[in-house]
Ligand binder design. Structure first.
Ligand SMILES: C[S@@+](CC[C@H](N)C(=O)[O-])C[C@H]1O[C@@H](n2cnc3c(N)ncnc32)[C@H](O)[C@@H]1O
Length: 192
């Protein structure tokens, strides 16, 4: 049965929320702060959104759960961020082909496995041609039943390579406790 995300927030059943941006994003931002318009799908409470906004991005945090968006909006602003309660699979027209970057972190692994092609389509739809998807993929969450749903490198290649070229990929040096060696970072560029 699909996850009721709003209910997870209402009942404070949010083990994914670590109260801080992903350490690998923090490291990336120090080396290469992305500029322009940035979309963070499935942004939750917005820790990553605020980290991206702090270094100059014009960031939209999008989440399907009103409870997540309300809590994200309650944090003090760090820069040019805004939040939107919407379904990634039904992007508002004004968000289409409008982003220079998408930051993916625990949205892809939260989506039902059979909707992964829809996820890729949604990200392609949001990005301008030649724009970037920076992602930390949860390869092996170590749970029998998701979410989070793991993914293999082979599946990532099959899903994303028709639309994206891989600019760079690496194992994050820093992550949250318990996720060591379970993730893969990828910097992808949308094909024109
Ligand atoms: C596992 S949580 C991760 C939240 C956040 N990225 C973090 O790490 O704290 C997945 C998030 O994706 C959101 N989500 C799930 N399906 C979505 C959809 N179709 N459109 C937008 N957001 C969605 C959920 O409401 C939830 O906040």
């Amino acid at each position: 049965m699909p996850t009721d995300w709003q209910q997870r927030y209402e009942t404070a059943d949010t083990p994914w929320d670590k109260g801080a941006p992903h350490p690998a994003l923090v490291d990336f931002l120090q080396a290469q702060p992305p500029r322009g318009k940035i979309l963070v799908p499935g942004c939750g409470l917005g820790h990553d959104v605020r980290a991206l906004a702090r270094v100059g991005g014009e960031v939209t945090g999008l989440d399907i759960a009103p409870g997540a968006i309300a809590r994200a909006e309650a944090f003090a602003k760090t820069g040019g961020e805004n939040y939107l309660c919407a379904d990634l699979f039904d992007l508002p027209p004004d968000l289409r082909a409008s982003f220079d970057w998408v930051w993916e972190h625990t949205c892809f692994c939260a989506i039902e496995v059979e909707r992964r092609a829809d996820y890729v389509r949604a990200v392609v739809t949001a990005l301008k041609p030649g724009a970037h998807l920076l992602a930390v993929f949860y390869l092996d969450p170590g749970v029998e039943e998701g979410p989070p749903f793991g993914v293999s490198i082979t599946e990532l290649d099959a899903l994303f390579s028709p639309h994206f070229e891989v600019v760079k990929e690496w194992t994050p040096q820093r992550t949250y406790a318990g996720r060591e060696g379970r993730e893969q970072m990828r910097l992808l560029r949308r094909r024109d």
